[in-house]
Design a protein around this ligand. Structure first.
Ligand code: SAM
Ligand code: SF4
Ligand code: SF4
Length: 338
């Protein structure tokens, strides 16, 4: 193993791979349907990394000490035969943990084959338990009951399940309490995500952010919580344990309380671009490297040289000035995978 560090001495530890830029939802904060309409040009298959190409890249990343792999999208379950990819990644020596982030709409069908292929965990996104508000947030594409069926199937298949809820003022603040109540009872960890200024499509405004503090104040209407230590270095969610000893929630507070100091994640998009920050404006084309005659060692050197130059701290530095500077030029969340 050959660990590499960036300019702020952050190691490369986690890899998030997007397997498709397509999605069957149109969440207003991610792929608003006015922009991602019927004529939107998604990537053609030839430009998307094959499972073999992803497998090769994962092996190279593992040589740097990466142990955790997260599969994401777009909606990863829109990619055909995903269990085949999971099986390939599971077989790579050094991979300790394979997770997937999904909107859960197709999970009922795929939970069992994914678990059998070696998936360890799923994070299922769900922004409301109320059908109409959920529909308003996902562009009238998804149903709460299908996502809940997916969550149940995942737990039954033996996957470790967490729930992600993006909180946006004016959209679903009233859902914090019912979501916390429901998932406390189901004993799944619910993680609230502050609405972020990723991409350029969602019309993000600071006024629409409901902060970590405000979220916790809502949760405490159910039951008091106490801050808990992270499970491991680089954990993105701040943990809060219910004082009654029955469960916990997390908050991913990229806006009100950023965590760039611990950020050890690299992201590879479906077309094989390497991004060193969720708010990046450009990536490094790994696809052309792995489709050339270069050896694994040469590709590893190219990745190391990108990581070793990395200085990203977008959320730590977020201000009106930095937001303006990157206006219109950030990579979309559906492309980079969250
Ligand atoms: N389609 C899958 C899903 O929704 O879980 C995986 C990809 S999605 C881009 C990954 C995560 O990013 C989801 O939990 C989603 O809610 C979150 N997300 C997308 N746009 C966001 C935004 N503007 N602010 C905060 N979280 C966002
Ligand atoms: Fe699709 Fe996930 Fe983005 Fe929603 S958040 S539009 S489900 S990729
Ligand atoms: Fe990491 Fe960039 Fe997010 Fe900071 S803003 S935590 S560097 S992805």
């Amino acid at each position: 193993m050959n660990p590499i560090y960036d300019q702020h001495k952050r190691p490369l530890r986690d890899l998030r791979i997007s397997v498709t830029d397509r999605c069957n939802f149109r969440c207003s904060y991610c792929m608003p349907e006015e922009i991602f309409g019927p004529d939107f040009a998604f990537l053609p298959t030839s430009q998307i990394l094959s499972f073999e190409e992803i497998e090769r890249l994962v092996k190279i990343f593992v040589s740097f000490g990466v142990k955790k792999i997260r599969i994401t999208g777009g909606e990863p379950l829109m990619r055909r035969d995903l269990p085949v990819l999971v099986k390939k990644i599971r077989a790579i020596q050094g991979v300790e943990d394979i997770a997937m982030t999904t909107n859960g709409s197709l999970l009922k069908k795929y939970a069992k084959p994914l678990a059998e292929a070696g998936l360890d965990r799923v994070s299922v996104s769900l922004d409301s338990l109320e059908e109409e508000r959920f529909a308003n947030m996902n562009g009238h594409r998804g149903k709460v009951k299908n996502v809940l069926a997916g969550i149940e199937a995942a737990a039954e298949a033996g996957l470790y399940v967490k729930i992600n809820m993006v909180v946006q003022k004016g959209k679903n603040v009233e859902d914090i309490l019912p979501m916390a109540t429901f998932f406390k009872e189901k004993q799944h960890i619910l993680r609230f995500i502050e609405y972020m200024d990723v991409g350029n499509s969602n019309g993000w405004r600071m006024d629409d952010v409901f902060s970590k503090k405000e979220i916790i104040r809502e949760v405490e209407k159910l039951s008091p919580v106490k801050a808990a230590a992270p499970n491991y270095q680089g954990e993105v969610a701040s943990r809060f344990r219910y004082e009654d000893g029955n469960g916990e929630v997390g908050v991913i507070s990229s806006v009100s309380d950023s965590f760039c100091g611990n950020c050890s994640r690299a992201r590879v998009s479906a077309e094989g671009k390497l991004y060193t920050c969720l708010f990046a404006t450009e990536g490094t084309d790994l696809r052309s490297l792995i489709r050339s005659e270069l050896s694994d060692e040469d590709v590893a050197k190219a990745i190391a040289s990108v990581w070793e130059k990395r200085t990203d701290r977008y959320s730590d530095e977020r201000s009106e000035e930095t937001i303006k500077r990157r206006k219109k030029s950030k990579i979309e969340m559906s492309h980079i995978g969250g």
